[in-house]
Design a protein around this ligand. Sequence first.
Ligand code: SF4
Ligand code: F3S
Length: 106
Amino acid sequence: MTYVVNEACIKCKYMDCVEVCPVDCFYEGENMLVIHPDECIDCGVCEPECPAEAIVPDSESDAEKWVEINRQYASQWPNITRKKDAPADADAWKGVPDKFTKFFKP
Ligand code: SF4
Ligand code: F3S
């Protein structure tokens, strides 16, 4: 079991999640974060902290795709343990659909 970050994070990237993770298993891409599925201890602490509701348990119906994306990019992107400033227009991107197709940056 793991939690994963889905496309709701893209261009929101609030980073409140990294402050609370006890095992520092978030990794930073240009416009989103991912969780390393093998490092996450499934504590669930980060889920309610995300203003974009981008963190979900892998038991959710469409989570399989996100587990693979989180796994792939956690192995390529740098670890992040401290919150930085969110993008200035983060709130404008909250809830916008299809962000993975349009804006994901590997
Ligand atoms: Fe970290 Fe817990 Fe969130 Fe997993 S569920 S990413 S261990 S805070
Ligand atoms: Fe993304 Fe939410 Fe963290 S928007 S950076 S998963 S707080």
